[in-house]
Design a protein around this ligand. Structure first.
Ligand code: SAH
Ligand code: SF4
Length: 387
């Protein structure tokens, strides 16, 4: 008998998320309601509309609060799905607020299944929620803390949407459509590689962007990828989300080391997929993320090479000072070097904000995310596979 030790390399969905209504797209909710409660198609669509609003515009966590839903239906819903509150939200096991207002949440979705999300307030009434798409990651980018953690599993649409819901609870931003809300943007830059979980990410985006629910427009949703070339077109077509590419190097030799998936999908293929990304235009630019690593990728020559590499692609360049983590094999470039690099990129006509590290004091910055409990789970799983 062959025993696979490679359990952690395949992204997989485990069926341990409780069945409920959260995380279903409109179409799926209507089908489920008609299957489970015997409603006809028209009734199911109408009830879905009402329930969708309660869940995502008002953020309710129990069927009783759904005042325009009949008593009889509420009873059937409760009988079928139990108390909504039991399945509506992941549990917050840790909540930290940084000196700069950044909020980091450690969420528990199921026993041993934990991931983090981070809310980053911006100046004025806006802010981005950085969500996780997987627990851990199958890729091993050498500068990324999440990359040292094995993948446990993909997050479901309910678990991705659940991250938005708990943070909105915490910010007290219900109803969702009210003006002046602070959670205005979603970025898939937490744990995991979203393009290895595109089905679930795509459904989550459909729910999050629904105008009668959370109402965060697709133009304010950014999906960041290390460059899974064959899936990029589908991402654009299905989600119309904004695209961010974790570039980090301007030649294949270095990118092969920093972002090892580059060996499979090298720069030329990646940039071609960017040029043809559905909907890309000067109004919908692709963000290229470039982590500044001291003495590794931060020379002036590399800044110039970066500019020439991106020629012809509507692009923004986001320079990210490297966020250190214990045992990391890199250091952050000096501030002066980062500014010189930014200067070259700016003079070539690219907006190139230097992303100020946020929430460093609570290890909530990019690439610092890692859940301790998961390491344990991954090794448990390996042991289990051997017995
Ligand atoms: N897997 C996806 C999305 C999650 S990573 C991706 O790789 O794009 C989100 C961003 O944080 C990526 O651009 C990643 O390269 C960056 N990042 C990872 N570790 C970092 C670190 N230690 N310091 C700064 N940025 C980091
Ligand atoms: Fe995974 Fe992204 Fe980290 Fe690479 S940078 S290991 S793809 S989370």
């Amino acid at each position: 008998m062959t025993v696979s030790l490679d359990l952690d390399t395949a992204a997989r969905n485990l069926p341990d998320a409780p069945k409920g209504l959260i995380g279903l797209t409109r179409a799926k909710m209507a089908t489920q309601l008609s299957d489970d409660l015997g409603l006809d198609a028209k009734q199911a669509r109408m009830r879905t509309s009402q329930i969708f609003r309660w869940l995502y515009n008002f953020g309710v966590t129990d069927f009783d609060s759904m005042s325009n839903v009949s008593k009889g239906l509420k009873a059937s819903l409760t009988q079928r799905y139990g108390q909504l509150s039991e399945t509506a939200r992941p549990e917050i096991t840790e909540r930290q607020v940084s000196a700069d207002g950044t909020r980091k949440y450690l969420l528990r979705f199921a026993p041993g299944i934990e991931a983090e999300c981070v809310f980053i307030p911006d100046v004025g009434r806006s802010g981005a929620l950085c969500v996780s798409s997987q627990v851990g990651c199958t890729l091993n980018c050498t500068f990324c803390h999440t990359g040292t953690q094995k993948l446990v599993r993909n997050l479901t649409p309910a678990e991705i949407v659940g991250q938005v819901l708990v943070v909105k609870d915490d910010l007290e931003e219900w109803p969702s459509t009210e003006h002046g809300r602070q959670l205005t943007n979603i970025v898939f830059m937490g744990m995991g590689e979203p393009l290895y979980n595109l089905d679930n990410v795509s459904e989550a985006i459909e729910i999050i962007s629904d105008n009668e629910g959370l109402g965060i427009s697709r133009r304010r949703i950014t999906v960041s990828t290390s460059g899974i070339v064959p899936v990029m077109e589908r991402l654009g077509e299905e989600t119309q989300a904004m695209l961010a590419i974790s570039l980090h190097a301007t030649n294949d030799d270095l990118r092969d080391i920093l972002v090892p998936i580059n060996r499979k999908y090298p720069l030329e293929q990646l940039l071609e997929a960017c040029r043809t990304y559905p909907g890309v235009s000067n109004a919908r630019r692709i963000t290229f993320e470039y982590v500044m690593l001291k003495g590794v990728n931060d020379s002036k020559a590399e800044a110039r090479k970066l500019v020439s590499l991106l020629k012809g692609i509507p692009a923004k360049i986001n320079l990210i000072p490297f966020n250190p983590w214990p045992g990391a094999p890199y250091e952050c470039s000096d501030w002066e070097t980062i500014e010189e690099f930014a200067d070259i990129v700016n003079r070539a006509g690219y907006a190139s904000p230097i992303r100020t590290p946020r929430g460093r004091d609570i290890a909530a910055a990019c690439g610092q995310l890692k859940t301790e409990s998961v390491k344990q789970r991954a090794s448990d799983r390996r042991k289990a596979a051997l017995t």
